[in-house]
Each structure stands twice: as structure tokens, then as C-alpha cells.
Design a protein around this ligand. Sequence first.
Ligand SMILES: NC(=O)c1ccc[n+]([C@@H]2O[C@H](COP(=O)([O-])OP(=O)(O)OC[C@H]3O[C@@H](n4cnc5c(N)ncnc54)[C@H](OP(=O)(O)O)[C@@H]3O)[C@@H](O)[C@H]2O)c1
Length: 263
Amino acid sequence: MSSSLPLAGRVAFVSGTSRGLGQRFALTLAEAGADIVCTSRTLDSLRDVQEKIVGMGRRCLGVELDVRSLDSIVAAMQETKAFYGKLDILVCNAGCNVRKPAVDVTWDDWNLILDTNLRGSFFLAQQAAKELMIDAGYGRVILIGSVTCVSGYAGLAPYGASRGGVKQLAMSLADDWGIHGITVNVLAPGWFKTAQNAVLYENQEWVEYLSDRIPVKRPGAVNDLDGPLLFLASEESRYVTAQTLLVDGGISGGATKAMVVKK
Ligand SMILES: NC(=O)c1ccc[n+]([C@@H]2O[C@H](COP(=O)([O-])OP(=O)(O)OC[C@H]3O[C@@H](n4cnc5c(N)ncnc54)[C@H](OP(=O)(O)O)[C@@H]3O)[C@@H](O)[C@H]2O)c1
């Protein structure tokens, strides 16, 4: 392995790597030199991504993980410890969403979203810190948030509450663990087409409406997240912690036009 790779010798755990943004995060970190832990609730669905990572010359451990179960989280971190003996980077990506008008949200919808996105992220980060990062005196914890960390959208009440919680979690954990050399930040994507929301992008009228509200005039492409992820995962981000980095083409900056803008 070339030592010019910025993450050579590092181990990165990315939750939810069977598809979508999490899979891209794992591949991006592997390309930068890190060995990887991939996770899914169904190990079979990790085969492709594991093959790609091993094909790059990195090691890749596939682990079964359901972030709604503490036993599963504890077991996944123990497997990581047994296999690599260390963990430098944790990306809490596993997440879900249910889009509904607030009046139709059920008790179970709320529990599914909050348990997965907020409770799951907290306990995964807790286990990583407790089992591996604190003793090593080093860690880069990256919680995946969303533009809903900082703004509200109809149809996304529980999801937005979970992401607002993730933003707060990063601030509290950063203060808790800064003394141990662990930084905790949120990488908050804007609007990216994945399996989770593909149906929205089938409606061209909606895509045009969305694009018009984004200052850079398009939804995100997955490679828009590569650089921000690598920055937060790097040694060089050592003095950046408790922050929420929005990668959203500017939509969170406020999108009501004060004048007609033409190209
Ligand atoms: N797409 C966007 O525009 C966007 C924007 C902002 C934030 N995000 C967030 O970014 C993350 C990835 O989004 P995505 O669009 O790539 O979603 P996705 O395609 O639905 O993928 C979600 C991933 O999370 C895993 N997952 C779901 N529930 C889990 C659980 N209980 N335990 C463990 N893993 C679980 C899934 O793994 P298995 O099903 O294989 O277990 C899957 O790999 C999510 O947290 C999402 O909320 C997405």
C-alpha cells in the first residue's frame, strides 16, 4: 500500500454500507487508504462492496448490524476489535425515513426513525469510544445528519427531530471526548437521490422545483460528499469538532428569492 494515501493504516467503520451514501462513504475511505468495516442487517448484501474494497488492496470486514439492537451494536464493535484491534474513523450512516403528513405519523413510525437515526447513532458511537477510541487517544466520529439538522420540512417531522438530535449529539459528544483526542462532527447532506427517496425524483416537476430552490441549481451527486467526508476523517481536521458541515448546494442558507435571478 502506498503511504502517500492520506488514510493509509487507518481503520474505518461505516454503518449501513449495503447501498446508497454509506456504500459510497466506505469506497471513498478505502480509496484513500483505510481498511474498512462494512455493515448491513443482511450480510449477503455486502458482497459487492466487499469485493470492490478488497480489489483496491484494502482489508474489509463485513459485519451484521442492526442499530436498533444494543446487543447487535456491542457484538459488531467486539468483532471489529477482534479483527483489527483498533478503530480510527466511525461513520454513523445507518438511517431510515418515513415521509408522511404529521397528522398521519404513527407511534411506530416515530420509534422506527428515532431509534434508528438518533439512538442507534449514539450507542454505536458510545461503543466505538468505549471499546477502542478512548484507549487509543484518537478518533474521528462522523455522524450523518441532513439538511433537516437545521431546517424544517413538511412530511419530515420525526426525521427532522432525529437529525436535530444528531446535531446536538455531536456537540455534547465532542465536549465529552475531546480530551481523549476524539473529534465528533456531523456531515449533513442536502438532497441526494438514493433508494430511500428515488420515488421523489421520478417527478420531473418536483425535481425542477427542488433545483430552483438550491443555490447551485441541482440536487447532490454522490461524489459531492467525497471531499467533505475525507476532510472530517483526516488527521488534518484535528481542531474541528462539534460542527455540522452542510453539503447541500446552499439550500439551508435560505431559499426565498428577493428578486428574479436570470443566468
Ligand atoms: N439520500 C439523501 O438525500 C440523504 C440526505 C441526507 C441524509 N441522508 C442520510 O444518509 C444515510 C444514508 O442514506 P441513503 O439515502 O443512502 O439511504 P438508503 O439507501 O436507504 O440506505 C440506508 C442504509 O442504512 C442501513 N440501515 C437502515 N436501517 C438500519 C438498521 N436498523 N440497522 C442497521 N443499518 C440500517 C441500510 O442497511 P440494510 O438495509 O442493508 O441493513 C442501508 O445500508 C441515512 O442516514 C439518511 O437518512 C440521506
